[in-house]
Design a protein around this ligand. Structure first.
Ligand code: ZN
Length: 181
């Protein structure tokens, strides 16, 4: 095979490096299902690979954020739209923001002050997945656990099952990548 996945230490879960025997110098990157895939020449060192991968990932993420207008203000506007459409009796959040720190969770909500934070890993994922996480956190403004009341409210969003399947598939993929050989 000409292109094979490589194990490069020091990269976050959403960046995957592949080595190509056909490449001499060129490095390329693309986003597949929320994961940045960086193809590098076979002979590049791990340290070089890590630097290139991080730089390309950053560049792509910025470009995508600009193109899709995924700023904090856009996120908040989207949350308000979703709330009006699917959870009209739900309280309004006081603020909705992206967070670069949430690497273990997709989102969080603080009912006491009405704030919602979403992991910026969601920026590169399909819109219905982002919408689902917003709905999930909006419901947490009024329901703490994931019980029957929570399920009833979340299911107002038609694509909730599809989004959950996407996220659990993504997490399973990550776990597999991290499995020691
Ligand atoms: Zn939850």
């Amino acid at each position: 095979m000409a292109i094979q996945p490589a194990r490069v230490p020091g990269l976050p879960e959403n960046i995957v490096v592949k080595r190509s025997t056909r490449r001499r110098k060129s490095v390329s990157a693309s986003v597949e299902n929320g994961v940045t895939v960086v193809v590098i020449p076979q002979r590049m060192t791990n340290a070089q690979a890590r630097d290139y991968a991080l730089e390309l990932h950053e560049r792509i993420a910025k470009r995508q954020a600009r193109r899709s207008k995924k700023t904090d203000a856009d996120l908040e506007a989207r949350a308000l739209q979703l709330r009006t459409r699917y959870l009209p009796t739900n309280p309004l959040p006081t603020s909705v923001m992206w967070s670069a720190r949430q690497q273990q969770r997709w989102g969080s909500c603080t009912p006491a002050d009405g704030t919602i934070r979403l992991s910026d890993r969601l920026k590169t994922m399909p819109d219905y997945v982002l919408d689902y996480v917003l709905i999930h956190e909006l419901v947490h403004l009024v329901v703490n656990d994931h019980g029957a009341e929570f399920e009833k409210l979340v299911s107002m969003f038609p694509e909730y099952e599809k989004a959950r399947a996407y996220l659990s598939g993504f997490e399973a993929g990550q776990a597999q990548q991290h499995r020691p050989e």
